[in-house]
Design a protein around this ligand. Structure first.
Ligand SMILES: Nc1ncnc2c1ncn2[C@@H]1O[C@H](COP(=O)(O)OP(=O)(O)O)[C@@H](O)[C@H]1O
Ligand SMILES: [Mg+2]
Length: 354
């Protein structure tokens, strides 16, 4: 497969964490979406094992200069980053790559800017009749709850991921709690809060890969195995503390869903993919309400890709394993789908080497 880059390097662009997320330390929330250094090293090792000559670059304000310098030596980029760390105003790596004119995996800058912002993302979905919950954006303290929304609601930062800012306190039942939680989001993340009805049906997460995408086996977290005083949400506490403790046992993958529900979930995911013009890969989080209707909560581009030797519960690789694709096969497929999209290579057998 590396021959497809005609002797050139594979750029691998990442965001790396400088502090481990700690629910008690809001400072660390800004880096929850980033990966640990050991994860990045391990991904680089896998890419090297596949046979790539890897040029790993941290997505920070120095990356552009390196990329310009190395442009002629780079055949393709696996863009595993979101924001350019330290950029102000915040920009996404896709913008830099488009400006330089390098081919890269994942979403365009335009799509990334929409998907990363749950408010913008949900507006597009609603305008195209893809089911997502109604919502309100609060940009300042003390704003009143839209009368169309009823307690309980959940309060989230508008443009984060990996459950940053989502704790047991995010589910609120009265004005006082709502105002406190909105203040917490505004102060901590310096960005608006997004308010949605809190629904407590089954939760699903679905990986997608390819153009058009193949839908991965559905993952369902077993919320019923959470301790009694926890809301049934994948909060920061659950994701970072309990999931690792319970491991794969915390999930059903494939989820036990009857064919009609499976079909419905897949249709909703495909319609979200199309509505947003997603490319190459993503992972969509969905939830059912009390009557079983399905709503898109969140779209992850790129989805987390933590290798199995570091975590067995990284959703996208976990679902790929269930399909029979080991981690390196998955990486190959992601790169292969990107190359095909740029017509850099028509098809690559997933097992091709060298
Ligand atoms: N409207 C909601 N109702 C119920 N649970 C929710 C809702 N929104 C989020 N959650 C819970 O919080 C988790 C994280 O929210 P999500 O929107 O996926 O944000 P993130 O981008 O941080 O993953 C979800 O996996 C789900 O368990
Ligand atoms: Mg999510």
């Amino acid at each position: 497969m590396p021959n497809v880059l005609q002797g050139k390097k594979l750029g691998f662009i990442y965001n790396v964490r400088h502090k481990y997320p700690d629910p008690k330390d809001p400072e660390t929330f800004n880096e929850t979406d980033f990966d640990d250094p050991v994860t990045i090293e391990s991904i680089v090792t896998h890419l090297t094992n596949i046979g790539f000559d890897v040029l790993a670059i941290e997505s920070d304000t120095r990356a552009e200069e390196i990329l310009i310098r190395e442009k002629e030596n780079i055949g393709f980029i696996l863009n595993y980053s979101e924001e350019v760390f330290g950029s102000n105003p915040k920009i996404y790596m896709a913008e830099v790559l488009e400006k330089i004119g390098l081919p890269f995996s994942g979403c365009s800058n335009e799509v990334q800017n929409i998907v990363i912002n749950k408010g913008k993302m949900k507006e597009v979905l609603l305008s195209k009749n893809v089911p997502t919950l109604r919502f309100q954006v609060m940009k300042s303290e003390g704003e009143r709850l839209d009368p169309e929304l009823r307690f309980p609601v959940i309060v989230k930062p508008i443009a984060r991921g990996s459950s940053a800012g989502i704790t047991n306190k995010s589910v609120v039942h009265r004005d006082k709690e709502l105002h406190e939680q909105v203040k917490f989001i505004l102060d901590t993340f310096k960005e608006p809060a997004l308010i949605e009805p809190f629904i407590e049906g089954r939760e699903f997460s679905v990986g997608m890969l390819g153009n058009p995408p193949e839908v991965f086996p559905i993952i369902e977290p077993k919320h019923e195995s959470l301790p009694k005083d926890y809301y049934h949400i994948d909060s920061l506490e659950v994701k970072w503390l309990l999931e690792e403790e319970l491991g794969e046992n915390y999930f059903n993958c494939p989820a036990k869903v009857e064919p009609k529900l499976k079909d419905r979930i897949e249709k909703v995911c495909l319609s979200a993919w199309e509505a947003l013009d997603i490319t190459d890969f993503c992972r969509i989080d969905l939830r059912a309400d009390s009557v079983g209707d399905i709503y898109v909560l969140d779209i992850n581009t790129p989805p987390g890709l933590i290798p199995p030797e570091i975590s067995m519960t990284s959703y996208f690789p976990m679902a790929a394993r269930v399909m029979g694709d080991d981690y390196e096969t998955l990486l190959r497929k992601i790169i292969s789908e990107g190359l095909k999209r740029y017509k850099l290579k028509d098809s690559i057998s997933p097992s091709a080497r060298g």
